[in-house]
Design a protein around this ligand. Structure first.
Ligand code: ACK
Length: 919
C-alpha cells in the first residue's frame, strides 16, 4: 500500500490511496509492462513499496502504469499528489539521448470499475511531470534519493469515476506514493447559521453558492448564504440569524437568558436585566412579569418598567358663567410612573330626591347629548375643559376621572376621580332661528316663529323689531307679544320690511334673530269675507272689545252673516269663544274653525295611546310650502254614530278657535275621507302627570313654577275667551320637548264622560271629584273660578311630581273632608308661597279665589325673584334654607309689616314657622 497523508480542507477519494497496478495499457508498441513493484528504504530507513521503471538505455519507451477505478464521490475537481524519485540522466553512466527526465500523467473517466483493457488513446493527458530542479543535482556516488512531490488537478465531472495512468517515456523513476483527493469548504457556523461541508466547484474559479440553516433557538434575519471557493475557503457571507426571544448568542450558539433577565425580540442583541417593578424566575424569559400592584399596558414595550394607574385628579375648580362652566384641575399626585394620563369628564344633572326620603340623597341622570365639551369630553390631555349649552338654573355634578395606559389592565372598576357640583346661572334665551309669514295683506303681515332652541327659562314675552328695508335701522318699530305670532298692521303696501325677533325670560332679553325680509302686497283687504271664518278673522284683528259668552251664542245660533255684521260693530282686540254646538249645522262649525287637510300630506308613524273615540297616533304633516312638522293624530273609529261624529269633531271646532303658546294647537282635520282625523301639534313628552312621575324629583323649583306659569297663561287665555275647561288636571296637560306645558282635551260632551277620573254623581253626572270645586260638584256651577280650583289641584300635582290628590281616599271621603275645610297639605319641599297660592285657589267662596290673571302675575313675580321660593314647607327642617330669618321670609312674600306680630306670637325662627297652618 502506498503511504497517504491527509490534507486539511480536502478529502481523500473513497478507497484512495489506490494500489497502483502495473498492467497493460493498450499501446502501439509493446504490451509487456515495464513498471516493477520494488521495496526500498525511505529517508528514515523505513521500508516502502514503490513502482519503478528505468529503461533509459533503450529508445522509444512507452510504459504505462494505471490505478484501479476511483469513484468520484461527488467531487468535480480532483487533485493528484504524486511523490516520486527520478534519476538525473547525466548521473547515469553510458546513457545516450534516449534518457528522459519526465513522465506523463493521464486520466480516463468511466462509469465502470472493471475495465480491464483501456485503449491508450482513451486516456487524456493531464500534464508532463518533471522532477524538481534540486533533484537533478545528485551527489554522484552517494546516490541520495531525493523525493519529489508534484500536485496536478483535473476536472472530473462526466462519469461516476475515473482511472489515472502514468506514462514513462524512458526515464528512471520510482513512484513512491499517489494521493488522490478533492477539496471541500468545511462545515462552519457563520452569523448563527450552519453551513455544511461543501465540495468545491469543477473549475478553479467556480464559487458554489450554499444556503445556511439557522442554529437551534434562532430564527432567520435574512437568508444566510456563503460561497464555497475552489480552494476550500468560504467567501462572502450574506444574511444570518438572530437568537429567538428568550435566548442570546454565546459562542456561536443561542443560550437561554438566565433568571432576572429577559429578551423580548429576536433582534435584541442580548438578554437584558428585568426593568423596574418586574421579575423573571425561569430561564429563557421573553418578558418579565410585573410585581403585584404594577401593570403593563398592551402597547408598553417589555423594556418598560411596570407602572400603576394614576391617583385622582386634584384641586378641581369650577367657574360658572351663565350656562357655561369652566372646569380646571391639577394632575394626579401619583402618575403611576407613566406620562400618558388622560381625563374624562362625567356630567350629571342631580336633583335632591328628598321629597319622600328624609335623607338628602340625590337622583342623578346623565346630562343630555346637547351639552358641549371643549376641547372634548373624553380622552382629554389638557387639565381644562369648557362645558357649555347647559340648562339655566340647574344643578350639575361634574366628575373628572383620570386614567392612564394601565387603568384597564389594573382591572380597577371606576377610575379615580374628583367631583364638583355647580348650579348654573340664569342665561338669556338663544335667538329665534326662523320667522315665517302666515298671512300677507297690503297693510299687514301675520308672522310666526318657533320658541328659541334654548329658552333657558320661561319665556315671558317676545320683542319684534321691524323697519322698512330702505330705511335701514334709522327708524324702527318695536312690538311685544306673549305668543309666538304677531299681526303687524299699519304697514305700507308693496313694501319690504325687515324683522328681528328676540325672546325675554327672567334673565333678560336674548339676542335678536337674524333679519327676515317680507313684503306687503297689493291685494285688496277682505273687509267682509264669506261666512263666519272671515268674520272671525275680523274679530281677531279687532282691538279692546268685550262681548259676553251668551251674546255670541245668540249671534251664531241665528246666522253667521249676522255675526259677521255684529263683529264689525264691536270694538277691536277681543277673542271670544264660540260654542260649536250653537251651530245649526255642526259641519259649518268645523269648516269655520278648522282647516281641512288632505290625507296624503299626513304620514302616520306609530300609535301612542287610546282616546275616547279611537287611537291616538304620532306622525308627520307636510303642508305645501311649509316645512314638515311632527303631529299627533286622533282618529274616530269606524262604526260611529252621528252623535259620536259630532262630539269627536267638536273638540277640533273648539281647539281651532284658540291660538296661544300654552294651548294645544290644531293643525287641521280630515273629514272628507275615513277615518275622520284631528291633527294637532305633537307634544314629545306626553301628558304632564305621567311625565312628572317619570322624572320624580328631577326639576328645580323654578322649572316647576315655569310649567305652572305656562298652564296659568293658557288658562288665562281660555278664561279671557270665556271658555270654561271643566276638566283641568295634570293628565289633560301635554308637555313638549322644551318642557312647555299646553292645555288640551277640549270638547263638550266629554265633560266629563271620557275622563276615567270622572265619577258619576246622580245630581250632576260625571265629575272628576278630586279636581272639581265643591260648587261644581254640588250644583253644577262650572265657572272660571271652578277652573281656578282645579288649577290649584294641578299645582299640587306638579309640585308633588304627579302624586294622586288625596292619595287613596275615596271620592266620598274627599268630598266630605273638603266640605269640612280640609285642604291638601304642602308637598315635600314645596315653597311656602306656592302652597299659599294653592290654598287661595281652594277658597270655599269662589269669588275669593284669585283670577288666572292674578295667578299669572304672582308666578311671574316668583320667577323674577327666585329667592322667594327658597322657604319651603317641609317635614325635613334642613331642607329649608337655614340662613333665612323670619323677617327675610316675610319680606320674600311681601308681608314684612307683620314682622312685629310674628315676633310677639313667638315665631322667631324658620322651624317655628313649620307649625303654621293655613288657618
Ligand atoms: O300620556 P300620553 O303619552 O299623552 O298618552 C296620551 C295618549 O296620547 C292618549 O291621549 C297622548 N297624546 C294626546 N295628544 C297628544 C299630542 N298632541 N302629542 C303627544 N301625545 C299626545 C297622551
Amino acid at each position: 500500500m502506498l503511504p497517504c497523508e491527509a490534507l486539511n480542507g480536502s478529502s481523500e477519494l473513497e478507497d484512495a490511496p489506490q494500489p497502483l497496478k502495473c498492467f497493460a495499457v493498450h499501446t502501439r508498441t509493446k504490451s509487456s509492462p515495464k513498471w516493477e513493484e520494488v521495496s526500498i528504504m525511505d529517508e528514515k530507513n523505513i521500508p516502502i513499496r514503490t513502482y519503478q521503471v528505468c529503461n533509459v538505455l533503450e529508445p522509444s519507451q512507452n510504459n504505462w502504469l494505471r490505478t484501479d477505478w476511483i469513484p468520484r464521490s461527488g467531487a468535480q475537481r480532483v487533485y493528484v499528489e504524486v511523490k516520486f524519485t527520478l534519476r538525473d540522466c547525466n548521473s547515469l553512466p553510458g546513457v545516450t539521448g534516449t534518457c528522459k527526465e519526465t513522465f506523463n500523467l493521464y486520466y480516463h473517466e468511466s462509469n465502470e470499475d472493471r475495465e480491464s483493457y483501456i485503449k491508450e488513446s482513451s486516456f487524456i493527458k493531464v500534464d508532463t511531470v518533471a522532477a524538481d530542479e534540486s533533484f537533478t543535482q545528485v551527489d554522484v556516488g552517494d546516490r541520495i534519493m531525493k523525493l519529489n512531490t508534484e500536485v496536478r488537478d483535473v476536472k472530473v465531472t462526466t462519469k461516476k469515476g475515473f482511472y489515472l495512468a502514468f506514462q514513462d517515456v524512458g526515464a528512471c523513476i520510482a513512484l513512491v506514493s499517489v494521493r488522490v483527493f478533492y477539496k471541500t469548504c468545511p462545515l462552519t457556523i457563520r452569523n448563527l447559521a450552519t453551513f455544511p461541508d461543501t465540495v468545491t466547484g469543477a473549475d478553479t474559479s467556480s464559487l458554489v453558492e450554499v444556503r445556511g440553516s439557522c442554529v437551534n433557538r434562532s430564527e432567520e434575519r435574512e437568508e444566510p448564504k456563503m460561497y464555497c471557493g475552489a480552494d476550500g475557503e468560504w467567501l462572502v457571507p450574506i444574511g444570518g440569524c438572530f437568537c429567538s426571544p428568550g435566548y442570546e448568542e454565546r459562542g456561536g450558539a443561542c443560550k437561554a437568558c438566565t433568571a432576572g433577565f429577559y429578551k423580548a425580540r429576536s433582534v435584541d442583541p442580548a438578554c437584558a436585566k428585568c426593568p423596574p417593578h418586574s421579575y423573571s424566575l425561569r430561564d429563557g424569559a421573553t418578558v418579565c412579569d410585573c410585581h403585584t400592584g404594577y401593570f403593563r399596558a398592551d402597547s408598553d414595550p417589555a423594556s418598560m418598567s411596570c407602572t400603576q394607574p394614576p391617583s385622582a385628579p386634584q384641586q378641581l375648580i369650577s367657574v360658572v358663567n351663565e350656562t357655561s362652566v369652566v372646569l380646571e384641575w391639577a394632575p394626579p399626585r401619583r402618575l403611576g410612573g407613566r406620562s400618558d394620563a388622560i381625563y374624562s369628564v362625567e356630567c350629571l344633572i342631580c336633583k335632591s330626591s328628598g321629597r319622600r326620603s328624609i335623607s338628602n340623597s340625590q337622583t342623578c341622570l346623565p346630562c343630555g347629548s346637547d351639552v358641549l365639551f371643549s376641547p372634548s369630553q373624553l380622552g382629554l390631555r389638557t387639565t381644562r375643559v369648557v362645558v357649555s349649552e347647559l340648562k339655566a338654573h340647574t344643578r350639575y355634578t361634574f366628575t373628572v376621572h383620570a386614567r392612564n395606559g394601565v387603568s384597564r389592565a389594573s382591572g380597577a372598576g371606576s377610575a379615580p376621580s374628583v367631583s364638583v357640583s355647580v348650579t348654573t346661572n340664569q342665561a338669556a334665551p338663544s335667538p329665534v332661528s326662523m320667522i315665517q309669514v302666515l298671512d300677507v295683506t297690503r297693510h299687514s303681515l301675520l308672522l310666526s316663529w318657533q320658541q328659541p332652541d334654548r329658552p333657558n327659562g320661561v319665556i315671558l314675552e317676545y320683542e319684534v323689531k321691524f323697519y322698512e328695508k330702505d330705511q335701514k335701522e334709522r327708524s324702527y318699530r318695536i312690538m311685544r307679544t306673549f305668543s309666538q305670532t304677531v299681526d303687524v298692521t299699519g304697514l305700507s303696501p308693496l313694501t319690504v320690511y325687515v324683522f328681528h325677533v328676540r325672546a325675554r325670560t327672567a334673565a333678560g332679553y336674548g339676542d335678536f334673530s337674524s333679519p327676515f325680509e317680507f313684503s306687503t302686497n297689493s291685494d285688496p283687504f277682505p273687509l267682509i269675507g264669506e261666512g263666519v271664518n272671515s268674520a272671525f278673522l275680523l274679530l281677531r284683528a279687532a282691538k279692546n272689545i268685550y262681548i259676553t259668552y251668551g251674546a255670541v251664542q245668540l249671534i251664531y245660533s241665528h246666522s253667521s252673516l249676522l255675526s259677521s255684521l255684529l263683529s264689525l260693530l264691536l270694538p277691536t282686540g277681543v277673542k271670544i269663544y264660540v260654542d260649536p254646538f250653537t251651530y245649526e249645522d255642526p259641519d259649518q262649525a268645523i269648516h269655520d274653525f278648522a282647516k281641512e287637510i288632505d290625507v296624503s300630506s299626513i304620514h302616520i308613524e306609530k300609535v301612542i295611546g287610546m282616546g275616547e273615540f279611537g287611537e291616538v297616533c304620532s306622525g308627520r304633516l307636510r303642508l305645501q310650502g311649509k316645512r314638515e312638522i311632527y303631529v299627533a293624530i286622533k282618529s274616530l273609529k269606524a262604526g260611529y254614530s252621528d252623535k259620536q261624529r259630532r262630539d269627536f269633531l267638536s273638540e277640533a271646532s273648539i281647539m281651532g278657535q284658540f291660538d296661544h303658546p300654552n294651548i294645544i294647537r290644531l293643525e287641521g282635520v280630515v273629514t272628507r275621507c275615513k277615518p275622520l282625523m284631528i291633527i294637532t301639534e305633537y307634544m314629545e313628552n306626553g301628558s304632564l302627570d305621567a311625565f312628572l312621575r317619570k322624572h320624580d324629583g328631577q326639576f328645580t323649583v323654578i322649572q316647576l313654577v315655569g310649567m305652572l306659569r305656562g298652564i296659568a297663561s293658557g288658562m288665562k287665555y281660555l278664561s279671557d275667551m270665556n271658555y270654561v275647561h271643566r276638566d283641568l288636571a295634570a293628565r289633560n296637560i301635554l308637555v313638549n320637548s322644551n318642557l312647555v306645558c299646553k292645555v288640551s282635551d277640549f270638547g263638550l260632551s266629554r265633560v266629563l264622560e271620557d275622563d276615567p277620573e270622572a265619577a258619576y254623581t246622580a245630581r250632576v253626572g260625571h265629575i272628576p271629584i278630586r279636581w272639581t270645586a265643591p260648587e261644581a260638584i254640588t250644583y253644577r256651577k262650572f265657572t272660571t273660578s271652578s277652573d281656578v280650583w282645579s288649577y290649584g289641584i294641578v299645582m299640587w300635582e306638579v309640585v308633588s311630581y304627579g302624586e294622586r290628590p288625596y292619595w287613596d281616599m275615596n271620592n266620598q271621603d274627599v268630598m266630605k273632608a273638603v266640605e269640612e275645610g280640609y285642604r291638601l297639605p304642602a308637598p315635600m319641599d314645596c315653597p311656602v308661597v306656592l302652597h299659599q297660592l294653592m290654598l287661595d285657589c281652594w277658597e270655599r267662596e269662589r269669588a275669593e279665589r284669585p283670577s288666572f290673571s292674578q295667578i299669572l302675575n304672582m308666578l311671574d313675580k316668583l320667577i323674577r325673584n327666585p329667592g322667594t321660593l327658597q322657604v319651603c314647607v317641609s317635614v325635613v327642617p334642613e331642607a329649608c334654607v337655614p340662613e333665612w330669618s323670619v323677617y327675610e321670609w316675610l319680606q320674600s312674600i311681601g308681608l314684612e309689616i307683620y314682622r312685629e306680630t310674628f315676633a310677639a306670637a313667638g315665631y322667631n325662627n324658620l322651624e317655628s314657622l313649620l307649625a303654621l297652618t293655613h288657618q
